[in-house]
Design a protein around this ligand. Structure first.
Ligand code: 13P
Ligand code: SF4
Length: 322
């Protein structure tokens, strides 16, 4: 514990020294989500959309990104004059890794003229081929807003199927999907949710858009609940009269919810994202210690100018939409 507190203290000092801010995702371990003003290290904690908006307006020289690589890339694209440091480049994402820019080009040849919506969980070269990006928070509104009777949604198969159910009923629009899956959320099977509901029949169920479609059906039966983004889940708990919830999303979001709503109870099957967990206090400290040394480039997010220019277009379209 003493070592952790000493590392937090050093990070706070180095942030000041190097004019750096820390952006931290809701799936980070609890100690990385504590706000700077509360004695922690985070200047902003949010979901992927919130972090993108925050990255765009950062005035500090350095952005230390406590999240995964596709998020840090998005920050770099939105604010390329800043130095964006990622404490570990092992922080990947099974969705982002499921598709390349070349795959999107092939899809576009196969479906000429059909708009391409790329989930933010993609790398920059994939985004560069898309018409518009979305996050789990605005996917439904963006999909609804596009003209035509088809759209290509990539790369999350389950999220695509979940969107498809709603969109088809509302507009008749058909989604062309890719086969990507989130290795964390695919583990929330209907059986897992049924078992927990039998044990906690009063609990409402909170599932992320990335869980399988048959899990969503199971989750919303009985006491009800929500399928949504991380922020939708947080908001839903605040507004719900229920006091017990089953979480069908990343384990550390459970810590966030318990911190925000101490009077409510959360049943959290602890499935952690191995990519998010690559980011630790120690590695965050290492990235700050490297500033101004030859090691700095080990942490630096770099993208070709051409890719930044092309990927910025669909991201800006998404932000304008919001
Ligand atoms: P959010 O858009 O809800 O932050 O989700 C990011 C993510 O990686 C979900 O697995
Ligand atoms: Fe990717 Fe899933 Fe991890 Fe989110 S939780 S970063 S989608 S692997």
């Amino acid at each position: 514990e003493a070592a952790l507190l000493a590392a937090v203290e050093e990070i706070r000092e180095l942030k000041k020294k190097h004019n750096a801010v820390v952006l931290s995702h809701f799936y980070m371990p609890a100690e990385l989500q504590v706000k700077h003003e509360d004695g922690g290290i985070a200047d902003f904690v949010g979901d992927s959309l919130g972090l993108s908006v925050a990255a765009k307006t950062v005035e500090a020289d350095y952005i230390i990104f406590c999240g995964v690589k596709f998020m840090a890339e998005t920050a770099k694209i939105l604010n390329p004059v800043k130095q964006v440091l990622l404490p570990s480049f092992d922080a990947g994402c099974s969705l982002a890794e499921s598709i390349t820019g070349a795959d999107v080009r092939k899809l576009k040849e196969q479906w000429p003229g059909v708009p391409v919506v790329a989930y933010i969980n993609t790398y920059a070269e994939t985004k560069a081929e898309a018409d518009i990006c979305c996050t789990s928070r605005n996917a439904m509104d963006i999909a609804r807003s596009l003209g035509g009777d088809k759209l290509i949604f990539l790369p999350d198969l389950y999220m695509g199927r979940n969107l498809q159910t709603k969109i088809k009923a509302e507009t008749g629009k058909e989604l062309i999907l890719w086969e990507g899956k989130c290795e964390v959320h695919e583990q929330f099977t209907p059986q897992r949710i049924t078992g927990l509901k039998l044990m906690y029949p009063e609990a409402q169920v909170l599932v992320h858009w990335e869980v399988p479609d048959n899990t969503v059906t199971e989750a919303l039966k009985g006491a009800g609940g929500i399928v949504g983004s991380t922020s939708d889940i947080i908001r839903f708990v605040g507004e719900s009269g229920s006091r017990q919830f089953i979480l069908g999303s990343e384990c550390d979001l459970g810590a966030t919810l318990r911190g925000m709503y101490p009077q409510k109870e959360f049943i959290v099957p602890c499935i952690k994202c191995p990519h998010m967990k690559q980011i630790t206090i120690q590695r965050t400290l290492d990235s700050l210690r490297a500033i101004g040394t030859p090691h700095e480039k080990l942490f630096e997010v770099t993208l070709e100018e051409e890719i930044i220019k092309k990927a910025l277009i669909p991201i800006e379209r998404m932000l304008a939409f919001a």
